[in-house]
Write a protein that binds this ligand. Sequence first.
Ligand SMILES: [Zn+2]
Length: 327
Amino acid sequence: MRKVSRSIQKRIRFAGKKVRLLYTAAVLAAVLLGAAVLGENGYLSIDLPGWLGEFTQPYQPVAQLTGEEVAAVHFIDVGQGDSVLIQAGEAAVLIDAGERDQGQKVCEYLKAAGVQQLDLVIATHPHSDHIGGLPDVIEQFPVEEILMPDLPDEMVPTTAVFQRLVESVEQQQIPVTAASAGMEYPLAEGVCLTVLAPLEPEEDLNNVSVVCRLDCGANSFLFCGDAEEPVEEALLDSAAQVKAQVLKAGHHGSNTSSSGAFLDAVSPSIAVISCGQGNDYGHPHREVLDRLSQRAVTVYRTDQDGTVVLTSDGQSIAVQTETGGAQ
Ligand SMILES: [Zn+2]
């Protein structure tokens, strides 16, 4: 366990060092630019052009890990979409990577978090807000295995975004595994990721979503992709172990998901909703927020909190958000 903690700490320190170096370079550039402005106009003005601002704000992991963590779960803010990084010991797993234009942001975040390779990438289901950014990730990081739902021929999308994913998976020769309930991925001592769905053939692409649970000592996290109520019912019927302290609410907090019966079975204390500011779908829906608040669930939203990082020491969970610091 101690070994696990040290390795996470080392990686975060390493990432921190890189970020500091970038800052130093940016500050030097700013000073030089300021000096140039002073020379021309006779007064000091360090007005950075927009493009330089890009370099002064390198991505960095939100959480300042202390080394006591057994696992860290990062809900990366990718606007309207999903992207979750799980780190445990030396292992790193990525679930989805947002739309295509978020791929590079996810890559920068992974690099800053010290990720050098991904043991597993899960493409929950072939919609652009989940798989669009994955080709960038696959092309920039060695990936051991990619897990996705097995689709009947008539459901295989013909979209450009899906074609691009298939091409980059083939190009990088990454083994693809068809997800099925019961698969287990031990990530570190006391940390295991278990696939709960898909359970049965579904007609809607949202409902083929890979649903999985991360167990970390006494803590559990449930990731629902865009699974809707029929999947929630199937999970309850199958007597799958869905109880978890942390729920990644299905389908960006849509009212199609997070039914009362499902919330009662999961019984989370924290829910994370991944959605974009002012998105066209009105996510998260008021009804879902009401159901969560009736059950006294603390809600974190990437549209309001930015990236949300939950760390577990196997006993308790700590939360840090991009906008609000630690809680
Ligand atoms: Zn989605």
